[in-house]
Ligand binder design. Sequence first.
Ligand SMILES: Nc1nc2c(ncn2[C@@H]2O[C@H](COP(=O)(O)OP(=O)(O)O)[C@@H](O)[C@H]2O)c(=O)[nH]1
Ligand SMILES: [Mg+2]
Length: 309
Amino acid sequence: MSTETNETTPTGFHSGFVAIIGRPNSGKSTLLNAVLGEQLAIVSPMPQTTQRNMRGIYNEDNLQIVFVDTPGIHKGKHQLNHEMYNISTSMLKDSGVDLVCYIVDMSREFGEEEDDIAARVAKSTHPVIILFNKVDQITLPEALDKQETFRTRYPDLAAYPQLMLSALNETCGEVFIDFLRKFIPEGPQFYPSDDLTDASLRFFAAEYIRKEIIGNTHEEVPHASYVEIMGYTETETGHEITADIHVESSGQKAIIIGNKGATISKIRKGAEWKMRGLTGVKCKINLFVKVTKHWRDKKNFLKEAGFSE
Ligand SMILES: Nc1nc2c(ncn2[C@@H]2O[C@H](COP(=O)(O)OP(=O)(O)O)[C@@H](O)[C@H]2O)c(=O)[nH]1
Ligand SMILES: [Mg+2]
C-alpha cells in the first residue's frame, strides 16, 4: 500500500492508510465524502454502487490520512460479486493499511451478511475501529440497545474502539477525524497536500457515467451495466471522453438508450456536467451501448476490467 514518500516530510508528521469496509449501503462512500468535504465518491441508495477501491486523501498541516473506499461486502450470485467481495475483504489481511474502519448500518437488522463480515473483521491482521452509522434513523436508547446487541452477538469485537455517528450530519467529518487521530502513526507525507485522490480522470469519468445510469434506470439495469472508458483526450478547449456501456441484453440496451435516445442523452449530459465540475473545463462525452452477454460472469472480461488479478 506504500507509495513514494516525500523526503521533506517534517518530523512530527502523522500519516496512515485507513480502509473503510462494511455491508453495501452502510454509508462508506458518504462518510468519505463527508471527511473530504467533496462529493468525490459516488453515493446512491442502490447497493453495490461502489465497484472498486478508491483512495481519498485527507490533509492537514501535520497529518495525512489516505482513506480507501471499498465495495460493500456482499455475497452475490455473479462472478463480479465474488470479485468485489474479494476486493473488499482483502483489505483485512496484510493489506498494508494502518487501520480498518468497519462501518455498521444501525438502521438495519444484523443478519447473515453482518455475521460474515464481523467474523472476517475479528480475524483481521490490522487494528480495527467500529463505526455505527445512520444513528439519525433511530432514537438514542435504540442506538445504545443496538450497540449492546452488536457486542453480544459479536463478542470478539466488543472491546474494539467504537464511535456512533451519522455520515449525513454536517460535523461528522470533523468528529470522525478527531476520533481517528490517535490511531495514525508518525509517518511521511505520501501525496502532495492539495491532492484529494490518486484516482485518474478516466476513473471519475467512468464513475460519473455509472452514477447517471444508476439515477436514470432501475432494477437490474444499473447492476448489469459496466462503463469502459475507450478514449480520453485533453485539448485546449476541453476534454473529450469516449466510453462503452456494456449491458447484458438487448432489452437493457433499449432501456439505457430510451425513447428516441432520451435516457442516454440524460446520462451523457449529467456525466458531462459532473466532469466539468471536477475538471473546470468543458467536457464532451460520447457513449456507445454494447451487449456483452454475461459479462458479470466472464472471468476474462472481469480481469481485463481490473476486477481481479
Ligand atoms: N439516514 C442516513 N442515511 C445515510 C447515512 N449515511 C449514508 N446514508 C445513505 O445511505 C445510502 C448509501 O450510502 P453510500 O455511501 O452509497 O453507501 P456505501 O454503499 O456503503 O458506500 C445513500 O442513500 C446515503 O445517502 C446516514 O448516516 N444516515
Ligand atoms: Mg460506496
